[in-house]
Every structure is written in structure tokens, then in C-alpha cells.
Design a protein around this ligand. Sequence first.
Ligand SMILES: *Cc1c(COP(=O)(O)O)cnc(C)c1O
Length: 458
Amino acid sequence: MQTVRYVSTRGGSVPVSFRDAVTLGQANDGGLLMPNEIPNVAERNDSWQKLGFADLAIEIAGLYAPDIPRDQMSQLINDAFSSFSSPDVVPLRELNDCFVLELFHGPTLAFKDIALQVLGRLFELTLEEDDSYLNILGATSGDTGSAAIAGVKDRKRLNIFVMFPEGRTSLLQELQMTTVQCSNAHCIGIRGSFDDCQRIMKAIFDDVEFKTRYRLGAVNSINWARLMVQIVYYYFASLRFDEPVSFSVPTGNFGNILSGMIAKRMGAPIETFILGTNENDVLFNFFCTGVYERGQVHPTLSPSMDIQVASNLERYVYLQLRGDSVALNRFMDCFAETGRAELEGQHAHVEKVTARRIDTRECLQTISQVWQDSGYVLDPHSAVGVAAARSVGLTSPTVCLATAHPGKFPDAIARATGSSPPTHPFLLELDQANARKVVLPPNEANVRDYIVKELKTA
Ligand SMILES: *Cc1c(COP(=O)(O)O)cnc(C)c1O
């Protein structure tokens, strides 16, 4: 294989190295970065089967990040996964009719930790070498903020500012952000909605002078490094079986399932993908009809999937169009202008995706049923995946991804089972007495002033 370079899905920027792809996050032409080639490494499956999770991650990172020396990458990855509370990192559990891959053993008990623990360290490494600094600004409706803070906590040359709608996240979610004890994380409760937080963030990022002067960046859900790390657990889990497996994935932004599709293209023994959505069913509709159409956001029990614009879908469409950036631009422009775009027939479904829409009633029923049958408690996101898999019918061994620990969603679990969920030591440790945050009115000027003041005293 030639040395991998990262190209924009929109075809309008020069190819860049892995390090630049990590730093940039998004391509300069507004597209998403993709490796110019996805290597087929199926001949390594036998030897890779013997590797532990971190060692497999080092092999896969070696393919995509040739510009980071192996010993550095190896140290970074081992360090990232040493913060996980399970020695297997991603333990596989067997239920009556399917398997559950637990991706929630990181510091904030959600699957985003897996990639963000690595990404924070990758940022630190590149900033160190460039003798530079980065101040991350983010907006969260709940879950992503805490995983991003945990990824940046104690990392040198990085600060993080996270805005969240004051009083509108759950108390657990807020405490997971505000009780992190480190000097480089700043939590900002905004007296307004999540939309206000996003509007303020966009306004600040649009001010290029301010953004450059204060070295502001984003922890984008579209950073290629996040997908690279997520490929690992699909590959790892698929090698635990004697026959090709199917994966069922509770989906929001399409980052998780897309990583699985890339693992399959690399040669992981994967049969099909089952995509589960909640009532926010843009992706369900897309995989049934080829039409991608934005609607209103419906709040559900699985808030991390309450998404109407799935940013990583662009990469999927690009793959389906076989890298035809002209057609991709047409698709994305049409969606941006009209809120609707269609992927022409013969291209769709090459990846064998079966989509299911799981409503709140089915989600609760699944939590309750699995609990009664196996004594296992699913969180509401993971329950969407299990319900989707069951409704498709389980012909080959099926691995359902468990994306969050049930203890994070006590109200939903109580509704489904009539009793409180198993809790987790990390959640019991959250102590309101240690919470640190500022609360600001929903306007850009106050947030700017706060950032400037904090960076001056840092
Ligand atoms: C983010 C998230 C998802 C959705 O993952 P995508 O990559 O956005 O599809 C599902 N479950 C949980 C718990 C999450 O935090």
C-alpha cells in the first residue's frame, strides 16, 4: 500500500497527512476527510485473532497513521485504554439470542470514550511537536460534553470550554461534566436551549480573527481519528466468532456504524449491518427509500440519537458514489438548500444495511424483556439496537453494540423494569460539592469575555 493520504469528500482540497487530518478535523473545502485507500488486510485475520484489544488498535492505527512513529502510537494507545474499567476494554456478553458488545467501560460510561480517549492524546502529541496550543470549544445537549472533557482532562497544551443548556440536561449528565477535577476544563451553563449553545458556538467560530487569536478548535464528531479507533472494536469482535457476524448499531450521527462498514471493507468477517433509530428516523427512511430528508427533532429516551442531520452520512454517500465528488457535492448542496436529497437507486444498499425504527414503547419493552429473560439491563440506546436486531430476525450470530451504561439513564430503566438500574462506582463518586461551572446568559459576547478571561489567567 502507498502511504495513505486524506482527501476531502468534496474533492476541493489537497491531500493531507494523518496528523494534518487530526488537526484539521474537517477539510478546508467543507467536506469530510477520507483515506485515499481503504487497505484490504483480510490475510492478517488469523494473526490478528490472537491480539488483545489495544494491540489490535496499534496495528490498525499503523495502517492509517504512518506518520506517527509506532512506539509513540503504541504508548499512546496503551495509555488511553488503561483508563477503562474492564481489562478486556470491550467485553462481549451472551444473551439468549444475541451478543452484546459493551462499549461503555470508559471514564464517562459511553462508547464515545473509546475514540475520545485516543483523540485527546493525539492532539497533545501533535501540539507538543508543533509547540502549539489548542482551546476546544464545544456545545453539548448532554452526553458528548462529558466524554470530550474526559478526553482532554490533564492533557497538556489543551483547554476545553463546553456549553450546555442550564437546567436542561439530566443532573447526572451535568455532574459528569462539572465535577471533573482539572484546571483545563471549563463548563458553561447557558440560560437557554441547546440551539442557543450551538448558535453561540457558530457565531464565535465564524469570527476568524477571534478564532485564530485564541486558537479555538472543535472536537468534531467527524474527526477521522474517531472513526479509526472505532474500526477496532468491530474488527476485534468479529474475530471472536467462527463465522461472519452481523452488527446491530443504535445510530445517531452515523459515526459508529460507518466505522463498522470500513472494518468490513478492510476484511473483517462481517455479514450485514442492522441500523436502529429512535423516532428521529431520517436514517431509517434513507436506507428504506434512498431519500435523506430532515425533519423536526423529537426528544426521546435515547437523547444521543435525537439527531436529524447525521454528519457522517456524507462519508457513506461518498463511498456509495465510489468517490465521485461531483455527484457528492450535488447531493450535499441539494440537502443544504432544500433539506432533502436522494441517492439514486443502484448505488444504495451496497453495504447490506437493514434499518429499523424503534419507538419508545418498543424500547421500554425490550429493556424489560431482556431484563426478565437474562437479568441483563440495557440502556435505552443499546435497547434500540437489540430491538432492531430482533425485529430483523437473527440468522447469523448478531452482536448488538451497547453504547452506554444503564446507570446513566435511571429514569428510563425504572420505567421499563419498575426498579432502579445497577449503578456504577463512577456515578456514585459524582459529588455535587465538587461541581464547578459558570452560568451565562445566552449571548455570544458573554461567552467570548469568559473565554478570554480564563485563558489570561491560565
Ligand atoms: C453518540 C451516541 C450514539 C450514536 O452514535 P453515532 O455515532 O452518533 O451514530 C448512540 N448511543 C450513545 C450512548 C451515544 O452517546
